[in-house]
Design a protein around this ligand. Sequence first.
Ligand code: PGA
Length: 248
Amino acid sequence: MNLIAGNWKMNKTAREAREFVAELLPLIKDSKEEVALCVPFTCLGYVREALGNSSAIKLGAQNVSWADKGAFTGEISADMLKEFGVDYVIIGHSERRQMFGDTDETVNARLSAALRHDISPILCVGETLETRKNGNADAFISAQLRAALKDIDAENARKITIAYEPIWAIGTGLTATPDQAGETADGIRETLVALYGKETADSMRILYGGSMNGGNAAELLKRKNINGGLIGGASLKPSDFALIVNHE
Ligand code: PGA
C-alpha cells in the first residue's frame, strides 16, 4: 500500500481543518491507499475530533522537538503529539532546513525523539537545482540520509518513511519527471540497502514530493521505488487531494 500524505504547511485554522476533514472523508471512502494529513499543531485536536471513529486518515505533525521536555520555548515534544494520537511526523523538511536552522544533526536528534515515542518519522531529503545540474544529486542525498540516520538501528529504521523532495520542485509547479524521481528513489533504496540490508530497506517506504497532483500522481507512483507522495499545494482542497488518493 502506498502512503499518500498531505503536508498543509502553515495553512488552515482549526475550524477550516474540521471542515476539510468532513468534506474529504466521503471522497476517499473507497481508497486503497493509506492516507495521512500532516497538519499545523493547532489543528491536531480538531482533526482528531473530526475523524471520530474513522481510521481512514492517519494524523501527522510537521515537526517535533529533539528534547522530551523542558526549557525549549516554542517547541512541541513527541509526548505532546502522542496525546493526540499522532501517527506520523515530518522531519527535516527543506523549508525547516532552509529557514529555521534545521541541520543534519538536529534532524537526526528529532528522528530519535520521534522513534523513542513511537511516532513514525517521514524524513525529507532532496537536492537544490544547482546540485542537480552539477550531477551531484545522488551523492548529496545519500550523504543527507546517512547523516540523518546516524546511530539509528534497523529495527527503528523500519518505522521510518523517506520523502524525496527535490527543492526545485516544491511549490514551483515543476515536477521531477517520473524518470528523474524514479531513478533518484532507486538511489535512495540503494543507500538504505547499504545501511540496513535488503530486507529492512525493502520494508521502508519512499515517497516523492514536489508539485505532485492529480494529473501526475499515477505516473510517478508506477515507479518501483516510489511508494507514495508527500503533497503540499494539492493537499489543501479536498477534491484535489482526493484525486491523488484515488489515482488510477
Ligand atoms: P508541493 O509541496 O506539493 O506544494 O510542491 C510538497 C512539500 O513541500 O511537501
